[in-house]
Design a protein around this ligand. Structure first.
Ligand SMILES: Cc1cc2nc3c(=O)[nH]c(=O)nc-3n(C[C@H](O)[C@H](O)[C@H](O)COP(=O)(O)OP(=O)(O)OC[C@H]3O[C@@H](n4cnc5c(N)ncnc54)[C@H](O)[C@@H]3O)c2cc1C
Length: 346
């Protein structure tokens, strides 16, 4: 277990923002993870768990406690059952399952970060979410002081949400288990219209697994959604805002204010409607590349707030607030941040 003091956190995040950690512990086995958590909890020490730092905005003041970096490894495949250690690099694990001829997570190719963080916000893209293939999550329960195994149903998954996100101080994910599918080398049905168009098939058809993965990687690269250290459009936390889910009454009020424009609308549970945060941002006057300071919108995607090199967390937050406020005054819709904010608030 590696322990460092006054350790910079910015290089451990994809936004490359944030002050130092008072103490940074890097754990490479489950036992080390549990030991580090127990020690911090016994000492009453604030604890921040990080994986790939790709969904985090850490404030310029840093973190006055222990930051636990999960660097465990383990890729276990038994027929179509996959078990990943929390520290495994998610994008590499996806690619490996595609090479093994297994379907279920192929449309989640290229998403940065660790396997252990995927259940936290029920990672999703291009019509697939981890909730549809996760069978079990093994976690250290800080309240009970022991390791627990939660079934997929017990994880409380919904759109970019889970039991782990709802109760962030309670669980540290150690392992994630998935039931993948052997479809003779074919993907799960292509759900997303853009992917279907790109692959030249109809929605609902299946394609070769590698073709599905490669199509997603090409689409993501075009939007700056695959990490590339040389490209500032990828110095982001991915989508900064979630797509708003409006109740029936909120949706009617929203439609009434559209002045003849047609906003994207998708059915959501409980009679709600999901619309597109990217569309709202663009229509509120914040186009690709918006901003003149060291923090701007990506030149490839309006939903990604980026660090052009010299930004502070304060710069990025100021941009986020400007966009949230602009969308609120244009459409009456409140945008909610997707990344976890540490030591700061929007
Ligand atoms: C370019 C880019 C594109 C992206 N595209 C997508 C996308 O298409 N879809 C999508 O859903 N997300 C996307 N994201 C967001 C991000 O990649 C995912 O949320 C990812 O799962 C975060 O993993 P991480 O290991 O980097 O988590 P971190 O950023 O390190 O942590 C995020 C949160 O999870 C918690 N956490 C991390 N590991 C654990 C653990 N083992 N146990 C308990 N809690 C933990 C942290 O405490 C924190 O609250 C994108 C990000 C970037 C930068």
């Amino acid at each position: 277990m590696l322990v460092q003091h006054d350790a910079p956190l910015a290089p451990l995040t994809t936004l490359r923002l944030g002050g130092p950690a008072r103490r940074l512990v890097t754990a490479t086995t489950d036992a080390e993870v549990v030991q580090a958590v127990r020690e911090a909890d016994a000492a009453g020490e604030p604890l921040l768990v990080i994986g790939g730092g790709s969904n985090l905005l850490i404030g310029d003041g840093g973190f006055a406690g222990t930051v636990l970096r999960i660097a465990t490894t383990g890729f276990g495949l038994d027929a179509a059952t996959l078990e990943l250690a929390a520290g495994e690099v998610w994008a590499d694990a996806v690619s490996r399952t595609v090479d093994e001829g297994l379907a279920g997570i192929e449309f989640l190719a290229g998403i940065p970060g660790s396997a252990g963080a995927t259940p936290v916000q029920n990672v999703g893209a291009y019509g697939q979410e981890v909730s549809s293939s996760i069978t079990e999550v093994v976690a250290y329960d800080r309240r009970a002081g022991g390791t627990v195994t939660l079934t997929g149903a017990e994880c409380g998954f919904s759109y970019r949400h889970s039991r782990f996100k709802a109760d962030p101080e309670r669980y540290v994910v150690l392992r994630v288990r998935f039931a993948l599918e052997d479809n003779g080398g074919l993907s799960t049905p292509v759900k997303y219209a853009e992917t279907a168009r790109h692959l030249g098939v109809e929605q609902g058809e299946r394609v070769g697994l590698a073709a599905a993965r490669d199509a997603v990687l090409r689409l993501r690269s075009g939007k700056g959604m695959v990490l590339d250290p040389a490209d500032h459009d990828t110095w982001s936390a991915g989508s900064f805002f979630t797509n708003p889910v409006l109740t029936a009454a909120q949706y009617q009020a929203f439609l009434a204010g559209l002045d003849g424009r047609t906003a994207p609308a998708y059915p959501a549970p409980d009679g709600c409607t999901k619309t597109s945060a990217a569309w709202l941002i663009d229509q509120a006057g914040f186009g690709k590349g918006y901003g003149s300071g060291p923090a701007t919108l990506s030149t490839k995607h309006t939903l990604a707030l980026t660090n052009r090199g010299g930004a502070t967390a304060g710069d990025l937050l100021a941009l986020a607030r400007e966009i949230r406020d602009g969308v609120r005054s244009a459409f009456g819709v409140e945008l909610v941040n997707e990344p976890v904010l540490v030591g700061v608030a929007l």
